[in-house]
Each structure stands twice: as C-alpha cells, then as structure tokens.
Design a protein around this ligand. Structure first.
Ligand code: FAD
Length: 504
C-alpha cells in the first residue's frame, strides 16, 4: 500500500487554543499532516485563563513536556481545587477538590456513609474533612499523589494555576521544534470554494493567500472561519448563565500562596483569586443586566487583597456555543467554538477535548461525515454537561440579597439538570457518566457545598453498625489530617521544584 498524502492543516490563530492544537498535531500526527499556523501579533491573544483542570497534565505528558520546566516558564503554582465563598449563603464556604471523599476504596461512595451518619445523628465533621485534597488545601500544603491506590495520599489529583500570557509562547517553541510553521499576518478574508462551499484559503492583509485542506479555527471570540465565513449559528445560553463580562486586574501577592483557586460570590456575579508565583490574578465576572462596568470595576478594586499592578481591563463574552464545531473542512477549537464562563476553569479542558477528538477522528484522504458527526456529538456532550454543572452553582443558592442572586435562584434550569438535582436530593445518587469531565465526587462536592443535602441514602450504607462506621470515619479524618500536616508548605514546594526564572 502506498503512503497516504499528508493533509495540509492550517491553524487560524495563535492563542492557547492555536498553539495547543499546532503542537499536538505536529507531535501526534507527523506522518498524517503538515501544520501551518497563522496569527497576528498586532491583534494579540485574549490572555486570561489562569486556572486549569488536572486533565492538562495528560496533555503535557503526551507532548513530552517536563513539568518543572513548564511550571517555571509559566510561573505556575499547584491547584488542588476551587474554594467557593458565599455561594449558598453569605458566610458559607466549601472546596470542590480534585479527588475523592473518603479513601476511594469500596463499592459505595463515602458520601453515602456520611449521609447515613448525619441522618442517624452521629457526630460528623463537614464532608470536606474526609477529603485529602480539601484538607491539604486548608493547610496550604502540597505533595504529589502517592501512586499506591491503597494509600490515602493517592486519593487526589492536581492541576496548575499559571500565567496565561506565557503558555502560548511556551507551546510555540515546542510546536515549531516539532515542525509546525508560523506566519504572522492579519487575515482579512476567507475564500470558500465556489463549487463545494468548503474553505479554500485565508487571505492576508499583505495579499498572501494561504491554502489548506483542513482549517482549524482558533481565532478566538471572532470565530473568523466557522462563525463569520461559514455562518454557523451561535446558541446563546445567557438566560441560564447571565454573566457576560469580566473585569480583570492582577495584584501583588500579599496573601498566602494557596494551592487552590478562590471563587468569591459578589452582588452581581463572582470574583476569582488565582495565586501565581509572581502575582495574584483577580477578576470580577458579572452580568451587565444587573450591574455596570464602573460599579464592577470599583467593586473589584476595593476587594483585591494586594496592590494592583495593571489597569483593570474589561472583557465581554456570551455564554454558549456554535451549534456544530466541525462544519465542512473547518474545526473550531477554543473560544471560536464557544465559551462557558471560567467558574470551573473549563475552557482549556474544552480545547483539549476538541484536540483529542480531532486526533482520534482525523480525516483519512477525505472528511467522513460520520467522523464529523461523532466529533460534534462529543463536543456537544462536553459543553452540555459543563453548562449544567455551572448552572448548578448559581441555581442552588439560598441567597436573595441582590437582584442577580434572586434571578439565578428562581430561573428555570435545563430539564437535564433538574433531574440530576432531584436524583441527588432523594438518595444522594449522582448521574453516572462514562466519559466527560466532572465525575461523581465533583458533583457531590458542589451539591453538598450548595446545601443540597440528600434526604436519604443508599441502603447498602446500612450494612456496617453505626458505631463502627462513626469510629472509622473519625479515624480516617485523623489520618488525613496527620498525613497532610507532614506535607511541605505549598510555597516552599514551588520554590524548591519550579522557581520562575528571574530576569538578570
Ligand atoms: P485567543 O487567545 O483570543 O486567540 C485568538 C488568536 O487568533 C490570536 O492569536 C489572534 O491574534 C488570532 N486572530 C484573531 N483574529 C485574527 C485575524 N484577523 N488575523 C490573524 N489572526 C487573528 N480558561 C481556562 O481554562 N481557565 C480559566 O481560568 C479561564 N479564565 C478566563 C477568564 C475570562 C474572563 C475569559 C474571557 C476567558 C477565560 N478562559 C479561561 C478562557 C481562555 O482564556 C481561553 O480558552 C484560551 O485563552 C484560549 O483562547 P483562544 O486561543 O481560543 O483565543
């Protein structure tokens, strides 16, 4: 059999999505495609997006990226989860950890035993006290998970908090070494083939014409190819996720270097705090239907816990996605395909999901409609699940102290979410997923944190005698505390392992 000709892939845009895609294709499919990336330095990148999910570790490993080098280059810290402050009631706080509750062993999830202990009046601590990741986060400790699944130190995972403006340049060096070529130029038009309607070429301001077989649209919110040239409609989900703006402002770090991201509820949205090695990222994500830019900006400036080191910057967006991400010979990755607000740090994960789908379903000589439909099914599933998960944080609130919280508390939510909440409320059951991002423990953390406490429990939780169950829960809590307290302090760990380069 002769060799298949390589496809000429053109990546449109050089932000995080563009360089992640270019580097991955150059690394994983070198015999199937050549990669050319077009970006405009004059336009630049969105440059926010500092918090990630643990899946990014798998992406970096597949690219052969050395973790300490990557963390030093992007001035990264470790992330064990997200702390939500004031979401259910003012004064409430809980952590959504990357990891399980309990020891992660046995058939029944730990929260079922916890629910039984609670129902039957035994002395119990908050659910987070039985999570290794939550306890480490509260103590500001960090160590790598133990590979031995029998040990409690294996029951968590981690991600990174990094400087988003440094990640794309870091990947660019890797992508170019792997053979991806780069063109700097402003795209002013997209040529469609007169007969087939497929994308034929990009036209640059200086007159150059860049032809390709497959176009990966990573052009950001403008969605140059999928949205503008091919006209794929945008499904607007802002009735469920009304936040449509963010004002961002970094500050000096004057608070402890937490191994977690904070999401602090505000009158018309929420505020992020993300500690990096050289600064702390802050931003207020809000709804322009409930407040205006000036009020949001002063609220952010008044709330940050450190001296500001840049002017506040406003970003506008709409929650939702293009109906299909892969249309004809164009696949959109990143903001060009859609956006769900950064509450659970899911955008880079969605980029990764699209890249994995593309690599697995990469066209042979011709694009198969079956592959394209399968890709779109995967992306829809990812978006829909994340959407429901995000809505849960807003809707499951008891707050009525501002028009914004009143709206989200009383709004109608998708049926898919309504059913999930009801199932959990009855007996603590979490809808099972075989694929996708947030698994059981994540849903449990947010349900419980938002005060959706099960009225009953799984009857298998009745097997152990109550006293013995209470004693083993208490022993587990003690073991977790003891193990976490022996781990290094997060800042010391970062400084020893991956200190950022200091300019000479
Ligand atoms: P961009 O960064 O906008 O890149 C677009 C590229 O296309 C650029 O290179 C640009 O120059 C190029 N381009 C555009 N038009 C043209 C043209 N005409 N000619 C040539 N080139 C062109 N994600 C997370 O995972 N975690 C977070 O914590 C997080 N926080 C966020 C907070 C906010 C407020 C926002 C808005 C987003 C956040 N995100 C987060 C999302 C994250 O920033 C993006 O998913 C990520 O940066 C990828 O962006 P992108 O590459 O799709 O687009």
């Amino acid at each position: 059999m002769g060799e298949q000709p390589k496809l000429n892939v053109v990546v449109v845009g050089g932000g995080t999505a563009g360089w992640m895609t270019a580097a991955a294709l150059a690394k994983l499919l070198p015999t199937r495609c050549t990669v050319t990336l077009v970006e405009s330095e004059a336009i630049g990148i969105v440059g926010v997006g500092e918090a990630t999910l643990p899946h990014i570790r798998g992406f970096n490993e597949r690219l052969g990226i050395n973790e300490a080098e990557f963390m030093a280059a992007t001035r990264a810290t470790f992330k064990l989860g997200i702390e939500f402050e004031g979401w259910s009631r003012l004064g409430d706080s809980y952590i959504h950890p990357f990891g399980t509750f309990g020891s992660g062993q046995g058939d029944l999830p730990f929260h079922q035993y916890w629910s039984r202990l609670r129902e039957q009046g035994a002395a119990i601590s908050p659910l987070g006290d039985y999570s290794m990741a939550v306890t480490m986060a509260h103590m500001n400790r960090f160590a790598r998970p133990d590979p031995d699944p029998a040990r409690i130190e294996s029951t968590f995972n981690y991600a990174y908090q990094f400087d988003a403006t440094l990640f794309a340049p870091f990947l660019r060096t890797i992508g170019e070494k792997l053979g991806a070529s780069r063109i700097d130029g402003r795209i002013v038009d997209v040529d469609l083939d007169g007969e087939s309607g497929d994308v034929a070429a990009l036209r640059l301001e200086d007159g150059r014409r860049i032809e390709g077989d497959l176009f990966i649209d990573c052009s950001g919110f403008v969605s140059l190819v999928l949205g503008k040239a091919l006209g794929e409609p945008f499904e607007d989900w802002s009735h469920w996720l009304p936040c449509d703006r963010a004002v961002a402002m970094p500050c000096r770090t004057e608070t402890p270097l937490t191994p977690y991201t904070s999401a602090i509820a505000m009158p018309s949205g929420w505020r992020w705090r993300i500690p990096l090695q050289h600064r702390t990222g802050n931003g207020y994500v809000y709804s322009s239907s409930f407040t205006d830019d000036d009020v949001a900006q002063s609220a952010l400036v008044g709330a940050v816990e450190g001296e500001g080191i840049a002017e506040p910057r406003v970003l506008k967006f709409t929650a939702g996605r293009r109906t299909r991400s892969w249309v004809r010979n164009c696949v959109a990755v990143g903001l060009a395909s859609g956006f769900l607000e950064p509450l659970e740090s899911t955008s880079i994960y969605l980029i990764q999901a699209a890249i994995s789908g593309l690599v697995e379903l990469f066209p042979e000589n011709e694009i198969s409609p079956l592959d394209r439909d399968e890709f779109n099914r995967l992306i829809d599933m990812e978006y829909d699940r994340i959407r429901d998960f995000l809505i849960l944080h807003y809707h499951a609130t008891e707050r009525s102290d501002s028009p914004f919280w009143d709206y989200v508390r009383t709004m109608t939510v998708p049926d898919t979410l309504e059913e999930k909440i009801e199932l959990f409320r009855r007996r603590g059951r979490v809808v099972k997923y075989r694929e996708g991002v947030f698994l059981d423990a994540s849903w449990v953390a947010v349900y419980m944190g938002q005060r959706i406490i099960p009225e009953g429990h799984d009857i298998r939780g009745d097997l152990p005698p109550l006293d013995a169950l209470a004693r083993s829960a208490e022993a587990l809590r003690g073991e977790i505390r003891a193990k976490a307290s022996r781990m290094p302090d997060h800042r010391s760990h970062v400084e020893a392992y991956c200190p950022m380069a200091v300019a000479a």
